[in-house]
Each structure stands twice: as C-alpha cells, then as structure tokens.
Design a protein around this ligand. Structure first.
Ligand code: C5P
Length: 213
C-alpha cells in the first residue's frame, strides 16, 4: 500500500507521516530531506546554486540512507549523519531554488520511486500524489494558515536555540510557498486537511480513520 502526504512547509506532514508509518509498520520516506541534503552539500562544497549541472553531478555522487537511532529517524548521506544540518535556516532558505531544477527533480523522483518499489510506504513531500506515486492508494494534502505554520516553526526553533522572529518566519514561509508552488499541486483525488486548529494526534486520527487496511 502507498500513502502520499503532500503540502506546504510546517503543516505537520513529516511528523504525521512518521507516526502513521510506525503505526502501520510501513516504510517512511521523507523526500524533503533529499532536496535539503543536496542543498546542504551544495552550500558546504561552495557550489554555485545557480549551476544546475554542477548540482546534478553532486546529487549523483550522493547515497541516501535513513535509520532510526534512539527512537529518532536519522538521515545519512554517504554515511554522514546530516539530520541536524539539513534543518538549518540557511538550507531552508535555498532549498526551493535547488528543488526547482528539472534534472535534480528527475533524478530524485526516480530515486524515490525506486525506494517505494512494491513496498508498503508512507511518503511525504510536495509532488508525491501527483508525480512520484500518482497511483498511491491514499493521498492527503495538508494545509494551514502561514501565520500558524510560522508559529509552529518559531516554537521548534526556540527549542533548537535558533532565534528568528515570528515576522521573519512568516515572510520565509510565504516565500517558500511561492517558490514551491510550481511543484506543489494538490492531486485531484487527494483529501484536503486543514491542520491549523488541529493537534498532531487529531491529524493522525483523521488520516488513520480514512485508511482502510
Ligand atoms: O518538506 P520539507 O520542508 O523538508 O521540504 C524542503 C523543500 O524541498 C521544499 O520547500 C521544496 O522546495 C522541496 N521539495 C520538493 N519536492 C518534494 C519535497 C520537497 O520540491 N517532494
């Protein structure tokens, strides 16, 4: 069974996807982490982020892997744990540009499709229900008001010691929504859920109630 969860940043997608995958004992695939990793290594290796070809070559040299360590999902690239680094605001700021390149998308989409294969999978991203897994058994599209999403990010950042104001976060989120809008299309057969006024448990329950095994 394939479950696709799409939607903009900070709608609770990955938290909900992880919980659902655990409940169902399905593989969880975080596609955003792949685009983030490429951005992180591009910045780290001082690659010009305007150069699609160099970025695509870098991407082809990267091996992705994820493992649960101490109850937390860790993300590895060429055996390096990049779980923390890919969440940095500098990565968030640049990831949409990197993700906009057709050759980057082509490579990652086929990698994501190969990972899913015939397995039971919960995959989250922007284009899962439309492009990566168009015949997924269940498709969900989570949304929430940008101000609510910025507040969530603000609280997460506070825990990590990252100091960005709420206003800065609203601007950053709206900017990322706009840059991602081309690939972030809700599938016609997706179920739309506004998570703005919902707790994570409520969102999980709402999705679980729709999924029939
Ligand atoms: O989901 P997350 O916020 O980690 O995604 C980071 C970025 O990666 C998105 O803002 C988007 O630019 C890109 N992305 C994408 N397609 C996906 C997943 C993420 O373009 N399937």
């Amino acid at each position: 069974m394939q479950i696709a969860i799409d939607g903009p940043a900070s709608t609770g997608k990955s938290t909900v996807a992880k919980i659902i995958a655990k409940k169902l004992d399905f593989l969880y695939v975080d596609t955003g982490a792949m685009y983030r990793s490429l951005t992180y290594f591009g910045l780290k290796n001082k690659i010009d982020l305007n150069n699609e070809e160099l970025l695509t070559n870098l991407l082809k040299s990267m091996n992705y892997d994820s493992r649960v360590i101490n109850n937390r999902l860790h993300f590895f690239v060429n055996s390096e744990d990049v779980t923390q680094e890919i969440r940095n605001p500098i990565v968030a700021k640049n990831v949409s540009q990197v993700a906009s390149y057709p050759s980057v998308r082509k490579h990652l989409i086929s990698l994501q499709q190969n990972i899913a294969g015939n397995q039971n999978v919960v995959m989250d991203g922007r284009d899962i229900g439309t492009v990566v897994l168009p015949s997924a058994d269940y498709k969900f599209f989570l949304t929430a008001d940008p101000k609510i999403r910025a507040k969530r990010r603000f609280l997460e950042n506070k825990k990590k010691g990252i100091n960005l104001s709420l206003e800065e976060l609203v601007t950053a989120i709206k900017r990322r929504d706009e840059l991602d809008s081309k690939q972030m299309v809700m599938a016609k057969d997706a179920i739309l859920i506004d998570t703005g006024e919902m707790s994570i448990d409520q969102v999980v329950n709402s999705l679980m109630n729709k999924i029939q095994r």
